[in-house]
Design a binder for this molecule. Structure first.
Ligand code: ADP
Length: 434
């Protein structure tokens, strides 16, 4: 259509030239008219683009009309796209705003970019005043500051008192996402914590109340054993009474120890402990426990490698691992203890050649009262709490437990401790056989 119009205009100019004979003037006027038309449309376009937000373009004819229509379609498409994007963002924001959990969007270096209402209530954030603030300037708990400084690409969790009200407890989860962003999610866990405290208080109180009567029963059973031991008609009953009283006493002792470990927080300062020395006394006790079963126990230590911690707790954890190795290894079996250090820290290891543990049980062994074989554990005087105690002692020393085992071949329990609580790992190895 546009070409037809141009052709018609040229034809008109030709006719006018033929009629008047003033070729130069006719074509000059034609060129001026074309230029004026273009200039006029360009002005309209410029005005439309710059001055108005109107969707409808200015009216025009010919090529210019088509250009305006094209631009109109482009503008409309881009507006629709923007609208869709805005709606999407608004929907997401509204859903995050409605979330009952506190949600804070953090930049790569933990500066606040956005937060919802729950974050203002639970974390004490002020919006928009705190936009751009570092989150550790708002939540100043030292454990949270350390938690932030330990960089990781994996989601992590920490439990803290709320900065708004110290009686409220919250579980804070830090989730890295996109290229360099973090999502901080916090939820109120006060009720859960109260229940947890009630449970452990209850167990501690019951254990405490049972302790005195049990000590009496245990003492009486011992006296009875001495008095009536020679009377065959009573011997079996007295022996049973003694065994069960001892089992109950051990159970109550372990329950009390566990609740003290649970409620005690981190070990704090502690003392420097010479683990090599500790192990030599443990081995003596282990040999006594093994008695006629004659296990072969060896110790390999790094002398002078000291650990900062609570000696009673560590002794109890290590003794539990050794007792288990003895209990679950056939007579005359081999048990090796090792204490050494490397770049990752120090490690205490108990390796036995016992019955081993099937893989499906391994993750659950540190749960209270979890036993692979109930009868076997009880017949050996096990309380089912030993590994739970080990786990808690290690947690309080910043350590962790690794369990490897193969049924029928044996098990290896390794306690690993971080370098910051270790002193002077002498390079000399000392091997002694017990
Ligand atoms: P228990 O008092 O029953 O030994 P623990 O918490 O110490 O309780 O151990 C939990 C369970 O783990 C035990 O009942 C036993 O089945 C298994 N276990 C622990 N140590 C060993 C080991 N060295 N070899 C085989 N099984 C073990």
């Amino acid at each position: 259509m546009a070409y037809v119009r141009v052709a018609l205009a040229l034809l008109a100019l030709l006719l006018l030239g033929l009629l008047t004979g003033w070729w130069l003037l006719v074509f000059f006027l034609g060129a001026v008219a074309a230029l004026a038309w273009d200039w006029f449309n360009l002005r309209k376009l410029e005005h439309w683009l710059r001055m108005t937000r109107k969707l409808d373009p200015p009216k025009s004819a010919g090529l210019w009309g088509e250009i305006f229509d094209g631009l109109h379609r482009m503008r409309k498409r881009s507006r629709d796209r923007d609208q869709r994007r805005r709606t999407l963002v608004r929907t997401y924001r509204d859903s995050i705003k409605a979330m009952p959990d506190a949600t804070v969007v953090l930049s790569g270096d933990y500066h606040v970019e956005w937060c919802n209402q729950a974050a203002r209530d639970l974390l004490g954030l002020r919006w928009p005043q705190d936009e751009g603030q570092r989150i550790s300037n708002i939540v100043r708990h030292p454990e949270f500051v350390t938690f932030l400084s330990r960089y990781s690409r994996e989601p992590r969790t920490i439990t803290l008192p709320s900065p708004v009200d110290g009686r409220l407890w919250m579980e804070v989860r830090l989730v890295p996402y996109a290229k360099k962003r973090h999502l901080l999610l916090a939820r109120d866990t006060t009720a859960l914590r109260r229940l947890e405290t009630m449970r452990s208080d209850f167990v501690a109180n019951v254990s405490h109340e049972l302790r005195t009567p049990l000590t009496v029963i245990y003492g009486v059973s011992e006296t009875l054993g001495q008095e009536l031991g020679e009377h065959p008609e009573y011997a079996r009953s007295v022996q049973l009474l003694q065994e069960q009283a001892e089992r109950m006493k051990n159970l109550v002792d372990d329950l009390l120890l566990l609740s003290r470990l649970e409620t005690g927080g981190a070990t704090g300062q502690g003392h420097w402990i010479d683990v090599s020395k500790l192990l030599s006394t443990l081995v003596e006790e282990g040999r006594l426990l093994s008695g006629a079963r004659e296990h072969q126990i060896t110790v390999e230590t790094e002398p002078g490698l000291m650990i900062l911690g609570n000696e009673k707790e560590l002794r109890s954890a290590f003794a539990n691992l050794l007792a288990n190795a003895i209990n679950y290894t056939p007579d005359q079996g081999q048990i090796d203890l090792r204490w050494w250090s490397d770049a990752a820290g120090a490690h205490f290891q108990v390796r036995d050649t016992g019955i081993g543990i099937a893989v499906q049980h391994i993750d659950r062994l540190t749960e209270r009262f979890y036993r692979v074989d109930n009868g076997r554990s009880k017949s050996r005087g096990g309380t089912g709490l030993g590994l739970a105690i080990v786990k808690h002692v290690l947690m309080r020393h910043g350590g962790q437990l690794t369990i490897r085992s193969e049924p029928g071949k044996g098990s290896t329990f390794t306690c690993s401790f971080p370098p910051k609580i270790l002193r002077h790992p002498a390079q000399r190895h000392d091997r002694e056989s017990a």
